[in-house]
Design a protein around this ligand. Structure first.
Ligand SMILES: Cc1ncc(COP(=O)(O)O)c(C=O)c1O
Length: 461
């Protein structure tokens, strides 16, 4: 942490900046860590301290920090055409080429692309596209969404409503749209004793069907889910879960939306999370690794059926009355194209599979650590859930204090992680090498041991 009082940037931050996902009063006391520069999997703060960015920024910097090709792509595009929009039939090459590329990369049934600048805007757009489509088809009642507890879809009014985390709803008057949140498909926490993973999946699919029938299938428009749930605690789905949900969606004519904002472009060691788990969505939402977050960009890739309903309605009304000033910003889409080229040329999806296996195996060895209840993940994303009692899986009380201690210990040992309650999340850049994984794991071991040594001072009940 930067020295309070010794650094005018720190003082200016405290005086002027409200930080997302931060206790503002604690921040006034403690100040920020000011990150100054990054290279590869490392970032450096204003005191010169090095950290492994174990979360790739916000699950997003696929090609690592300081990649000159992305800087050059942005600079080239800035020089040639620094801004133009895509409203009222205007277009430009980077957005056309990236749309084409996304259609090529995603499953065959997805043929059309709409750009936004963030995952939240993309999910709000999905909600509005689905409503618009169902109005166009005369299905005026078919507007409700199904989502999951602990799912994360963003924080704008509609996407925040889809998110299933209490702190994103509390005192924000959300949910504000019609959405039913289903049981979180995390076997370790929500599986019943004696139940197999497949039986757990079958129970959750039956629960979803009960909700659909309760509400009336004619009122349910779409099911949205992250193939592997990330920001809610890194939870891979139980076996056969997605196959059951996909069949249900087909049975009741419900659109299946894969929110791949974190999963997409190789995170799990496959091109997309939906490909990894073997299901075919009607809509994929992508962002983050699309540009390695060097510049804001998100994309909705959707089916020809959805496109046709929207296109017909836009012809009837005279316009598709939706779009952002930066929908398909040329600098963002140029960076996206270059970033995807790097992912392809360096086989970073393959790297996530190969080096991801090494990471997962090494993390599994922590299962014997006294604090560790469950180690879970796929490819280059992992969660390590810390518990008070391993045998009974009893969480610490209050939840989050031990996670916060681990988060801070990470800073001391040069490792930036995310603490989600008491789960430590890891999601390093896709370029990470085996020897860098060794270093990450060795720092993580110190983090766990330091956290364990401090339990006594954490006022746990
Ligand atoms: C799965 C998922 N969807 C949507 C979002 C929201 O994206 P943004 O923060 O760009 O609005 C996130 C952000 O973490 C996410 O993980």
């Amino acid at each position: 942490m930067a020295e309070l009082g010794s650094n005018s940037l720190v003082q200016a931050d405290i005086a002027s900046l409200l930080h997302p996902y931060t206790d503002a009063r604690a921040h006034e006391r403690n100040g920020p860590i000011v990150i100054e520069r990054g290279k590869g999997i490392f970032v450096y703060d204003s005191n010169g301290t090095e950290y492994i960015e174990g979360l790739a920024g916000l699950w997003s910097v696929a090609v690592g920090f300081g990649e000159p090709r992305l800087v050059e792509a942005a600079s080239r595009q800035m020089t040639k055409l620094s801004y133009y929009h895509t409203f009222s039939s205007k277009s430009h090459e980077p957005s056309i080429r990236l749309a084409e590329k996304l259609v090529e990369l995603t499953p065959q049934n997805l043929t059309r692309v709409f750009f936004t600048s963030s995952g939240s805007e993309a999910n709000d757009t999905v909600v509005k596209m689905v409503w618009y489509m169902n109005n166009a088809l005369g299905r005026h009642q078919k507007k409700k969404f199904l989502a999951r507890n602990k799912g994360y879809h963003g924080i704008t009014v509609a996407s925040g409503s889809l998110t299933g985390l209490p702190n994103n709803h509390r005192d924000f008057d959300l949910p504000a749209i019609a959405v039913r949140h289903l049981t979180c498909p995390h076997f370790y926490r929500f599986g019943q004793s004696g139940e197999t993973e497949e039986e757990f999946s079958a129970r959750l699919v039956a629960e979803a069907e009960t909700v659909i029938l309760e509400e009336g299938p004619e009122t349910i428009a779409a099911f949205i889910g992250e193939p592997l749930m990330a920001a809610g605690g890194v939870m891979p789905p139980p076996k056969r879960y997605w196959q059951g949900i996909e069949a249900l969606c087909r049975k009741y004519d419900i659109l299946l939306v894969a929110d791949e904002v974190i999963n997409g472009f190789g995170r799990l060691g496959s091109s997309f999370g939906s490909v990894h788990y073997g299901f075919t969505p009607d809509i994929i939402v992508a962002s983050k690794q699309l540009t390695s977050s060097y510049i804001p960009l998100a994309a909705i890739i959707f089916s020809e059926e959805i496109y046709n309903a929207i296109a017909d309605n836009s012809a009837k009304i005279g316009t598709f009355g939706h779009g952002f000033t930066a929908s398909g910003h040329p600098v963002a889409t140029a960076v996206g194209l270059e970033n995807l080229a790097i992912i392809e040329e360096r086989d970073l999806v393959g790297n996530a599979a190969r080096v991801g296996k090494v990471l997962q195996d090494k993390l599994l060895a922590f299962s014997d650590h006294p604090l560790v209840g469950e180690v879970r993940g796929a490819g280059l994303i992992a969660g390590i859930e810390l518990v008070a009692d391993k045998a009974s899986r009893t969480p610490f009380s209050p939840i989050g204090r031990v996670g916060a201690a681990a988060f801070s210990a990470g800073h001391e040992h040069g490792l930036i992680v995310r603490a989600i309650g008491d789960t430590i999340a890891l999601c390093p850049p896709l370029i990470i090498t085996e020897s860098e994984v060794d270093e990450l794991v060795s720092r993580l071991e110190k983090v766990l041991d330091t956290t364990a040594s401090r339990l006594g001072s954490l006022q746990l009940s």
